[in-house]
Design a protein around this ligand. Structure first.
Ligand code: CMP
Length: 299
């Protein structure tokens, strides 16, 4: 087994500007293999919180490899350099000679040393001939950091394009971009349920949502309005209201940027109305004024 040169997992040890020079190689795979890898990553306790885009890029960069029965895939105490997803066969995990468990297809292993920059915590041996997908530390870390940087600059650009946020100081905008969490929904998903408690505020970064309200217990929910990219909702929560006053459901695939009440209040110290923008129509000015009044009332 050849040892690859270990690259520190400390994010600060990597110069972000150098990440643009790292070329990620993608490897063709069947739909079955792509699905298996994605499910494995999303099933792993340490990786399931990654963003969808990161999961897809890791999947894309995983290369195929195979080993015969009896081979040692990972040796406890070694410097780790690779994360694996098992596609076919079985492996056994042992620590200090004692069996911990057997692992079958569709599982990730070897993630701990790469995620936590520690030596291998256990030995992994092939119980049968095995087929694996593998990604090396440098690619893995590049994906983690590059995605973070791209996400950050995309959020900042996006927020700058939303009228309600245009008058925010650059440093507040940056902090806001940093604090936002991206969440994705599929058609028909409830993003907010009327009557439920919640303290989160949503900005739509992609797609459309339907806002609907039930006036009394026996009534059907009636559609109130449709919101799209750049619109926001859940704002009552910013004023301290815990109970949602309307339901919001996804119309098709939707991506929202989400922030909770406390983070929002810490970041936003009131917004200007932006009404000095000569080219705005009265309608746009009125909307800006209403938004500015709203944000200054909650902050
Ligand atoms: P890593 O420490 O990088 O290399 C050995 C791998 O064995 C480890 O990551 C985990 O993926 C896996 N492993 C360690 N302990 C256990 C356990 N108790 N159960 C299942 N898998 C484990």
């Amino acid at each position: 087994r050849t040892k690859r040169q270990a690259i520190s997992a400390e994010p600060s040890a990597l110069d972000p500007s150098q990440l643009t020079d790292v070329t990620l190689t993608s490897y063709c795979k069947s739909k079955e293999s792509s699905d298996l890898i994605q499910r494995a990553l999303m099933d792993n306790d340490f990786m399931k919180h990654l963003e969808h885009g990161q999961i897809l890029t890791i999947m894309d960069c995983m290369r195929p490899t195979s080993l015969t029965k009896g081979c040692c895939v990972i040796q406890e105490g070694d410097d780790g350099s690779t994360v694996y997803v098992l596609e076919e066969g079985m492996v056994e995990v042992t620590k200090e000679g004692k069996k911990l468990c057997s692992i079958g297809p569709g599982k990730v292993f070897g993630e701990l040393a790469i995620l936590y920059n520690c030596t291998r915590t256990a030995t992994v041996t092939a119980l049968t001939d095995i087929k694996l997908w593998a990604i090396d530390r440098q690619d893995f870390q590049t994906i983690m950091m590059r995605t973070g940087l791209i996400k950050y600059s995309q959020y900042t650009d996006f927020l700058r394009s939303v009228p309600s946020f245009q008058s925010l100081a650059e440093d507040v905008l940056s902090k806001l971009a940093d604090a936002l969490e991206e969440t994705r929904y599929s058609d028909g998903d409830y993003i907010i349920r009327q009557g439920a408690t919640g303290d989160t505020f949503f900005i739509i970064s992609d797609g459309q949502v339907k806002v609907s309200q039930q006036i009394s217990a026996n009534d059907e929910e009636a559609a109130v309005k449709t919101l799209s990219k750049g619109d926001w909702f859940g704002e009552q929560a910013l004023k301290g209201e815990d109970v949602r006053t309307a339901s919001v459901t996804a119309v098709g695939d939707v991506t929202c940027l989400v922030i909770d009440r406390e983070s929002f209040k810490q970041l936003i110290g009131g917004l200007d109305d932006g009404s000095d923008k000569q080219h705005d129509s009265d309608e746009v000015k009125a909307k800006r004024q209403a938004e500015a009044d709203f944000f200054s009332s909650v902050s």
